[in-house]
Design a protein around this ligand. Structure first.
Ligand code: DLL
Length: 432
């Protein structure tokens, strides 16, 4: 909720609070997370060397691969009996990454989202349709409990079934929509086609989980008759609500009592000053179950320290413009090319060769994923039916690994262009 004392805290005070929390957290992690202790030992660092945020840059970075190496619960800092919920997200390989929350972590998370909602005028009189996926993805339940915290009427729709989504908006009087921006675009188009815009009561859209542009904001605001706000987050750090836009619609506030953001040069790891674009790194300050120090998000953006019109003193980040790794976000779902490659390697090499290309596009505002795979010479000589069967088999394997549909095309041997250098495996035709 709007917590004026915290949200407008003078910056000096924010820094003092961060220092106090960081020192405590480093000590707690050193004592409870063996992988963190090992990293500290490698650097010859003891918790007593960390006196406050001025020592942050001494601390070791952490990476998505740490979650994979300690799968599933190895990085948790409390006994499992204190973990009351887990969520998961894609890893770089077939294995997902797992995150855990204590009861207090869930409280803090709901509060982080409620702070945003309150500032943009969402309250107990609002009807909030949550059209993020419910389940292991953090979007659905994350938004849900934030919405509940402001006392709004929550409509837990989850994703899919577009006609029903729109009918529900009309019948239940939805005033606020949470979804990915691409799904909101799709909904907007269907609403236009059905000619029902006049029957909607929508006022606010809160969109995130994937990058979107100012152009998309304008289109969504026009088509849906709303104010559209950006929400950022990642499972490892909490879920949605790590950074949230305010009514100024000019960058997302990071709740600095809960997180320390840094921007680094992804190559040299040097910390960059405000205004410079680089990789966003987060240290959590209030998480009990799964705290992280200097987590490399791979998201590229910059920090804005200018005072904000809304009066909040917490710094803002600019819209993430891309990633420093090869992760794709397709229909809001994180996909690593390596996950697709792993599936293909499981298919018999009598059927296909390891030459493939991943093509991502956006058709009618919906992301499409096509995977072209060269078939083997023996498959090429086989009958059409067995080619179709193999395509179907790979499609099913991809669906179960990635959680989204892909169109698989077995193409003729040697038809995918060879490269002399690094193979170009991914063609992303979306203009984001
Ligand atoms: O996408 C959490 C979330 C749910 C955020 C709903 C906002 C709304 P993950 O599945 O772990 O968590 O994916 C995290 O998604 O590192 C970014 O690359 C990307 N991302 C999330 N929000 C935004 C945004 C959720 N507003 C990854 N703009 C992050 C750009 C975003 N990219």
């Amino acid at each position: 909720m709007w917590n004026k004392e915290i949200e407008t805290m003078p910056r000096e005070q924010i820094k003092a609070l961060q220092s106090e929390r960081l020192v405590k957290q480093v000590k707690r992690m050193y004592e409870n997370v063996p992988a963190f202790k090992a990293r500290m030992d490698e650097k010859n660092l003891k918790p007593s060397d960390i006196h406050g945020i001025e020592d942050l840059s001494k601390l070791p970075f952490s990476y998505k691969s740490d979650l994979r190496d300690n799968y599933p619960y190895g990085l948790f800092a409390v006994p499992m009996k204190d973990i009351v919920r887990v969520h998961a997200s894609s890893g770089t390989t077939g294995k997902q990454i797992v995150v855990g929350y204590t009861e207090n972590d869930l409280e803090v998370w709901a509060d982080a989202i409620a702070r945003m909602l309150t500032e943009i005028g969402v309250d107990a009189n609002s009807f909030i349709q949550v059209s993020f996926g419910y389940g292991l993805f953090t979007g659905g339940l994350g938004a849900h409990y934030g919405a509940q915290k402001v006392g709004a009427t929550v409509i837990p729709m989850s994703t899919g079934n577009t006609a029903r989504q729109i009918q529900t908006m009309i019948d239940f009087g939805t005033t606020v929509l949470f979804s990915t921006p691409s799904y909101a675009m799709y909904l907007a188009e269907e609403i236009e086609a059905m000619g029902v815009k006049d029957q909607l009561k929508l006022k606010v859209g809160i969109f995130g989980a994937e990058p979107w542009t100012e152009d998309m904001r304008k289109t969504l605001e026009d088509k849906l008759g709303i104010k559209a706000y950006d929400i950022y987050g990642l499972s490892e750090i909490m879920g949605p609500g790590v950074a949230c836009e305010c009514t100024a619609q000019a960058g997302m506030h990071v709740w600095e009592d809960l997180f320390i953001p840094e921007i680094i040069d992804p190559e040299t790891e040097e910390v960059l000053p405000a205004g410079k674009s680089g990789e966003l790194v987060f240290t959590t300050l209030a998480k009990e179950g799964f705290p992280l120090i200097r987590y490399r998000t791979k998201d590229i953006c910059s920090i804005n320290l200018e005072p904000c019109k809304c009066g909040r003193t917490h710094l803002r980040i600019n819209k993430p413009s891309g990633r420093s790794d090869d992760m794709l976000i397709i229909r809001g779902v994180n996909v690593f090319p390596s996950q697709i490659e792993e599936v293909l390697l499981k298919v018999s090499n009598n059927a296909i060769t390891p030459n493939y290309q991943i093509i991502v596009d956006r058709v009618n505002n919906t992301d499409t994923l096509d995977v072209n795979v060269e078939m083997s010479e023996s498959m090429f000589a086989d009958e059409v039916r067995s080619i179709e069967r193999t395509e179907k088999q790979i499609t099913e394997m991809l669906r179960s690994t990635l959680g989204i549909g892909a169109k698989v095309h077995l193409v003729n041997p040697k038809s995918i262009e060879r490269s002399e250098g690094k193979a170009k495996r991914v063609i992303d035709n979306r203009k984001l």
